[in-house]
Design a protein around this ligand. Structure first.
Ligand code: A2P
Length: 414
């Protein structure tokens, strides 16, 4: 007699590809994904293979599976130590000696894992608008990055302001690097950690339109804030942001990507953009706005409405150019939280002040909503949208569900 042992399909994250963007941990509806300073890992006891995290992952690092005996499942602590994924091994499902063990697939893959993406487990859409252009993703990887040349690096925030935000332009020369507004890239900072490991890649949203920071050129721009303290407020320089902000014209940078296949803009000309952002979360909004501005003469009639939050006017990236955009092209609403002598304003406060216009946009099925910036704003913004919708006779729950399903609500917070 043989005792049959249970075999599971264990969900794992590839530490060589993962760019530590935290998307999976935020998306997981059952709290199965956690991280330490090194790796993102999946707890096999909690993971129910719902697949909610798979589509939002920008790199595909999340899409790894190993068949393994349940008792032998890789523990969270073991996964924290990995430099690379273990190979799929041949497993025996019976303890009886001499019995032929079944062969399993090499490499894993998602085959055999049932179920689609459960839209209701995530706050925003996991699919792009129907009219979005088809993105290229993962063309360049950790193992085969592309070299870009810095052709511009400008400080965006006033010299007097504490916040040092840079506009950095990277050129790809003759190498193909096709991108869309809303996509991101990752930069591999040079050097190594105190433990001698190569720094992992850091992800940045693209701030320029698909046809180049300079139209017709093979370049793109990033909006990078110099990180000078950690989450607890202790002085600590961010490895990649300091590297990028200190780059000079002519320096080269190792880049991977592009990433992102859902936070993309609609391309039908009568589509409206409702954009809500804080700080460097303005990067994708700048990209979309600029693309719309370039296309404007070719019959695009859709409305653009922007809610943009910063501590002060001096700290708001792109303040000057924003204020120069024609009022009939974009409705700009700026929320300043630390202007002396003025009440603290957040983007969600301004949305409520403009409730009638926001409600009008929500009512139009050609409206697409984009939220990018501080994690903390997500709740406040969704609550404002819910209140505005409900108060204008549009019940939020069904509307929210529809917005998600139709690729019309996109959230990217960090
Ligand atoms: P605050 O002055 O309270 O920090 P940062 O400069 O840190 O990137 O932040 C950008 C803006 O987002 C600031 O005005 C900041 O205000 C604001 N902010 C902070 N928390 C929230 C939140 N929960 N919702 C909306 N805006 C927020």
């Amino acid at each position: 007699m043989s005792v049959h042992l249970e075999v599971i399909k264990q969900h794992l994250i590839d530490p060589e590809i993962c760019i530590r963007c935290n998307t999976c941990e935020e998306t997981c509806p059952v709290g199965a994904i956690t991280h330490d300073g090194k790796n993102y890992v999946v707890n096999a006891e909690l993971c129910n293979l719902c697949m909610a995290c798979v589509s939002p992952c920008p790199t595909g690092a999340i899409d790894n599976w190993r068949q393994i005996r349940k008792d032998d499942a890789y523990s969270v602590d073991e996964q924290y130590t990995w430099e690379e994924l273990p190979k799929q091994t041949t497993i025996a499902t019976s303890v009886e000696q001499g019995e032929a063990a079944p062969k399993t697939d090499e490499g894993g893959g998602t085959d055999g894992v049932e179920g689609g993406i459960e839209v209701d487990t995530v706050l925003g859409s996991t699919l792009p608008p129907w009219s979005a252009a088809r993105p290229y993703v993962n063309i360049y990887t950790h193992k085969a990055p592309i070299t870009a040349t810095v052709v511009g690096n400008y400080r965006l925030t006033a010299e007097t302001s504490e916040s040092d935000v840079h506009h950095i332009v990277l050129d790809f020369g003759q190498m193909p690097f096709p991108v869309l507004e809303g996509q991101s890239i990752a930069v591999l900072p040079p050097g190594a950690t105190a433990e001698g490991r190569a720094h992992h890649a850091r992800q940045y949203s693209i701030a320029s339109a698909r046809d180049g920071e300079r139209r017709g050129y093979n370049n793109l721009s990033l909006t990078v804030k110099r990180v000078v303290s950690d989450a607890q407020g202790q002085a600590r320089g961010g490895v990649c942001s300091n590297y990028l902000c200190d780059l000079k014209k002519g320096d080269t940078v190792q880049v991977i990507g592009p990433f992102g296949s859902s936070f993309l803009m609609p391309n039908h000309p009568n589509s409206h953009l409702l954009m809500i952002c804080t700080g460097t979360g303005s990067a994708p909004m700048r990209a979309m706005t600029e693309y719309r501005r370039r296309r404007r003469l070719k019959g695009a009639t859709g409305k653009l409405m922007l809610f943009f939050g910063a501590r002060t006017r001096e700290e708001l990236p792109y303040f000057g150019p924003l204020m120069n955009l024609p009022k009939d092209f974009i409705d700009v609403n700026l929320a300043f939280s630390r202007t002396q002598g003025q009440p603290k304003k957040y983007v969600q406060d301004l949305m409520r002040e403009r409730a009638e216009e926001v409600a009008g946009m929500l009512r139009d099925e050609n409206t697409y909503i984009y939220v990018c910036g501080l994690k903390g704003m997500e709740e406040g913004v969704l609550q404002a949208l819910a209140d505005i919708a409900n108060q204008s006779g549009q019940p939020w729950e069904p509307l929210w569900k529809k917005l998600k399903q139709l690729g019309r609500l996109h959230l990217e917070t960090y």
